[in-house]
Design a protein around this ligand. Structure first.
Ligand code: MG
Length: 365
């Protein structure tokens, strides 16, 4: 894209902020503004006015706005779990990964946090611009293949479209994932109860801070890397170790958005101990320089879990015993107080941890 196009896009953004009849970057930020849009545009239409998520066994509907959908099949004791995600990350190759690894990990992880840790297959729909180097595309596809192998899945169908030069800035990759699970294995993001322990599977903010540092041209000693990885195997270890009541992958909007969604959907309050939330030292320092909290930016290889209190230590040990969960920690618990809110104990006092509203970070995943 030329500089002219970039400044043109910025003009549209500013105008759009004044006008709620057009899409703004905030609609893509993963927090409340996006959820309202999806709710108004799609959920009300596709669910024929039924706003309450269906509670039927093995069924997770669109209205649940979970990480994916579950639909009973066959004998009625199993469900097909599906999820879909389009990836537009810029730059397409970044420290720690690339758009190909991201496109596979993002979808595998959305299935995993539904309890579907054995992805049957993925689809891959690729939109690329005329003039894009074939060698660059080849390395993206190789990366997708290697990540599929790591996750124990494969791409079984796909589509390719080419846009005229200048119509697209970098490749767009959509992946859809499919898995079959027993009803009792499905984990939603609405199941947190008061007393449940809250765990994170490792350091938070790595992907978002690494991406933004790269874009802003800050080196930070070259040690910042995205955490992008498929974590279905890690999630399987956790599921085998104890009773997990809710799970989410804290992608756009970071752990702050994920925790607020868990609180709201579970009808509970969450109390977090800030000192216990693992943050890499360099990520914390870079976040200070960039003026962005690691709690507010995307992770692409992490999971937030709510676990029955009695099983918390066992699940923690299972996570820490896995190579992708060595920094896992118990970071708080759910309570019947301050329903729908997340309270952060900073060590100096308590404050609400809010979603990053108004802080649109486009093309982060
Ligand atoms: Mg998700």
């Amino acid at each position: 894209m030329t500089d002219n196009n970039r400044s043109g896009a910025k003009t549209v953004d500013r105008a759009a902020q004044m006008d709620d009849s057009v899409i703004t970057l905030a609609h893509g930020a993963g927090a409340g503004t996006m959820r309202s849009l999806v709710d108004e545009l799609a959920v009300s239409r596709f669910t024929a006015g039924e706003k309450a998520p269906s509670m039927a066994p093995g069924r997770v509907e669109l209205a649940a706005l979970d990480d994916g959908s579950a639909q009973p099949v066959g004998d009625g004791l199993q469900s097909v779990v599906t999820t879909t995600d389009s990836h537009v990350v810029s730059p397409p190759v970044f420290p720690g990964g690339d758009i190909g690894r991201l496109a596979v990990a993002g979808t595998v992880n959305d299935l995993a946090v539904m309890g579907a840790t054995e992805p049957q297959s993925l689809t891959c729909s690729l939109v690329v611009e005329e003039g894009y180097p074939v060698a660059a595309l080849e390395s993206v596809i190789e990366s997708m293949q290697a990540t599929c192998e790591e996750a124990g899945t494969q791409v079984t169908t796909g589509d390719t479209k080419v846009m005229p030069s200048g119509d697209l800035d970098g490749p767009v990759i959509n992946t859809t994932g499919v898995a079959v699970v027993s009803h009792e294995d499905i984990v939603t993001d609405a199941g947190v109860s008061p007393g449940d322990a809250l765990l994170v599977s490792g350091t938070v903010g790595d992907h978002g801070i690494a991406l933004l540092s790269e874009r802003e041209g800050f080196g930070f000693g070259g040690t910042l890397e995205s955490d992008v990885a498929p974590v279905n195997d890690l999630v399987r270890s956790a599921l085998e170790a104890g009773e997990i009541t809710a799970m989410k992958d804290p992608t756009r909007g970071g752990v702050a958005t994920t925790l607020n969604e868990l609180a709201e959907k579970g009808g509970v309050g969450l109390e977090l101990d800030e000192q216990k939330i693992p943050v890499d030292e360099t990520v914390a320092a870079a976040g200070e320089v960039l003026g962005i909290s690691p709690f507010h930016v995307a992770n692409e290889g992490k999971v937030v879990l709510a676990v029955e209190a009695a099983d918390a230590e066992d699940v923690l040990a299972a996570l820490q015993g896995h190579p992708k969960g060595t920094d896992a920690a118990i970071v708080g618990h759910a309570t019947a107080e301050h329903t729908g809110r997340v309270v952060l104990d900073t060590g100096f006092g308590r404050r609400y941890l809010s979603e990053p509203e108004g802080q649109a970070l486009p093309r982060i995943c």
